[in-house]
Design a protein around this ligand. Sequence first.
Ligand code: SAH
Length: 253
Amino acid sequence: MSAASESSRRRRLAWCVAVTILGVSMSACGLFGRSSSGNDEPDWTALRERMVTTQIAARGVRDPAVLQAMRTVPRHEFVPESVQREAYADNPLPIGDGQTISQPYIVALMTELLEVDKGDRVLEIGTGSGYQAAVLAAMGIEVYTIEIRPTLCRHAGETLARLGYKNAHVRCGDGYGGWPDKAPFDGIVVTAAPERIPDPLLEQLKQGGHMVIPVGAFYQELKVITRTADGFSERSAVPVRFVPMTGEIERRQ
Ligand code: SAH
């Protein structure tokens, strides 16, 4: 691409960021349509950059490692082809089997609330598409993720392997009991909502570590549970709407 067309592309992107804040639709921005390579692939990098600026940083997510991971992980590879062009929009999307991938901002917020660093170990319950696991893996975290629905589980495992996220380990089954042989974890993220937090997950959290989990039935709160020297502390971050946790938890609540 020539310097002139690069600078006009940058100007167009800056304009797009501005108009998106005003609520104008993405299609008006020309980020879809012909790319410099002459095919019809959208400019995924530009769409991601705009997602980070207008949806995530603009709402207060600051952790540079989280913002960088959100800039690099190809979210469009984790959603069905029919909704690929909406992958960077400000909403959740269907991933099949009646399940959803969370809105980008919620993924970024939950990742930031975990307060984990490169080299840490994180347990995720509810692999879904594998996107949240990929964001953590891109930050250099060793991710252990469990998915109860066999089709989603297999598909997520294939996507993560194809994209080279070697530090994301996928297990198919009920996440109620956690992953005891890899415990304790520096952080635990749960992306399906139980009405009550499963005890085995609390037991597998390291002292000083955080669990980020939506709790409730219809009305849910995103909670951050911290393991302290003498127990657990709890705070609510934001109201959320996740699919329900299923399996063993339904027999216990
Ligand atoms: N984190 C996912 C989104 C998850 S949607 C992503 O990035 O795409 C919630 C997922 O939790 C669904 O796929 C659902 O099947 C799964 N789930 C529900 N109950 C579960 C359980 N007990 N154990 C493991 N996974 C569960």
